[in-house]
Design a protein around this ligand. Sequence first.
Ligand code: SAM
Length: 306
Amino acid sequence: MTDNDRQMSLLLDAHRGLPRQGPGDDASTLRALELCADLPMQPEVLDVGCGPGMQTMALAQATGGTITAVDLFEQFLDDLRDRAVEAGVRERIQVMRGDMRDLPFGKHSFDLIWSEGAAYIMGIVNAFQEWKQFLRPQGYIAVTEISWLVPEAEVPRDAYDFFRAEYPGITDVPGNLERIAECGYEIVGHFTLPDEAWWTHYYDPLARNLVTMREKYPLDPQALLLIEASEAEQRIRREFGECYGYEFIVARHVDPDVPLGDASAWPTLREYVPSTSDAGDDDGVSQDEGIGEILTVPPELPRDPD
Ligand SMILES: C[S@@+](CC[C@H](N)C(=O)[O-])C[C@H]1O[C@@H](n2cnc3c(N)ncnc32)[C@H](O)[C@@H]1O
């Protein structure tokens, strides 16, 4: 196993079984959804970087629509499948292992694109530019994006250095709104995630996992480094949380070149490929229970180590 593989394996271990893989809560998901005022009945939704799918379930239940949930890691998609079965919405969730930078959908496939805590992975501008093609005219996009909540010059050095290293593209809320508008979207609304949304479903359960990790790898320098880095991130949140936050931003695709028309006439996606590695068979969820399963990850992309 290479160093990188081992690092990824430890990271997945630390993040195993968490209710979410980033800050957020259902109340915020639903508040953002309310901003999407004239979605069609039963919209087609794409959830990018869905993780274990807490927001996917909230969206499925609130909209009655179909959701294509995409993530790079099977471990999280397994959690999502279990959750969808429990929530009784499995038949409306299409689970897809794929890379957000190379999504396989046709033009105008979705009424709504959702991405909580994940667009930063390819950069918010790249995400808004790249994913626009998948949105129907007047379609909505909702993301959470880490943002300075105070002028950058006032951010304390520790927090500044941490985020500059982790996410060099970080800017303030007006800066993010401007970037999105420049990509050809109209801002519909935005708000900051409450502080509890960082802790309840993410940092608190993660901290419990880290305790177990310490017991499991007491003498493993790589594991200990990872644990310390994660604990440092939580300390920064505790000390400097008022300086930065996740901004939920809802925007609308405004493309004057694309006429509005009969939505049923627009092409829909779907290049179904029977799953070869999904856990559908052994978790009691047959492929027929979901809309379908797509596998788009080329073999060279990182696989779950387990
Ligand atoms: C911060 S987590 C957010 C997960 C989920 N939206 C939530 O709020 O709980 C980011 C997610 O993006 C996924 N991810 C990372 N790189 C990805 C990629 N290239 N394509 C698709 N998903 C990716 C991770 O596996 C992780 O589940």
